[in-house]
Design a binder for this molecule. Sequence first.
Ligand code: PHE
Length: 337
Amino acid sequence: IQKEALESIDNSQEMKELQAIKVTYLGKKGSLTSVLRGMGKLPAEERPVVGEIANRVRETITDALDEKNDKLESEALEKQLETEAIDVTLPGRPVQVGGPHLLTNIIEEIEDLFIGMGFEVREGPEVETDYFNFEALNLPEGHPARDMHDTFYITNDLLLRTHTSPVQARTMLGYDGDSSVKMICPGKVYRRDTDDATHSHQFTQIEGLYVDKNVRMSDLKGILDVFAKKMFGEDREIRLRPSFFPFTEPSVEMDISCKVCEGAGCSICKKTGWIEILGGGMVHPNVLEMAGYDPEIYSGFAFGMGPDRIAMLKYGVDDIRQFYTNDKRFLKQYHNA
Ligand code: PHE
């Protein structure tokens, strides 16, 4: 029995086999166990001799099993260490690093320029009430100029804001009509447009507002001139053309000179030497009044521009949809812009 057991222990390659061998020889119905059980039938003088032998055999087998078990265990560990070895000299896989979106960069650049001129940055809700988006801006219900803004209505009274001007109305209200306001409000706006190279149903705006005693049109012109030169280059000139907005009177549109130009708007620029970049004007007395200011004492200017358009002009992007479809190859070009 011992010889046979030791041989199979020696030949076994797995713990499972060892377990089976243990059962075969030492288990309840194992061969050594039956020898021990059969001892009762032996003559009394043979029992101690056979008992001793059987016990020795059991010990030998148990020892052999333990030894083999240890050996298999350490072999398995060895193997695991070998296959799971980490090559610390292997170069890492490059991680794809994102960066700020071009529009974010442009908006931050514009914010910095205006912060430098004493403007605060304010934000407001994108889901707006009809009151703040239109009414408080001198656009009562049924006003024909509402048609200029193709609006996404949510309910009769709630809509996706079509411009960031409601933030101005909200901010003015917060001042109780007796102190100056100097703020810009960047943010997303929405209009029901059919998307193409120059239209998007979602785009961004930055509007500015300055209300104080004695604010004049020349203040607006001065600030916008500084803005245009800082944003597009010191050699740029600006010109103001008369225009119409319900919330400003008089209203203007501002062009910048464009001797050098690339991409969007280039053909207009080549023809005239000017390209339109924003709208503005003197805050309408009705708007001041609704916000709690006395238009006899206070006056203000407001302006609004589209960072999408400015980014297109500045970087020669010829399709506004590039900003929203987020093709990584497009976005990557501007990570350090
Ligand atoms: N809110 C206007 C628009 O979206 C832009 C604007 C702002 C014009 C402030 C004048 C003054 O069309």
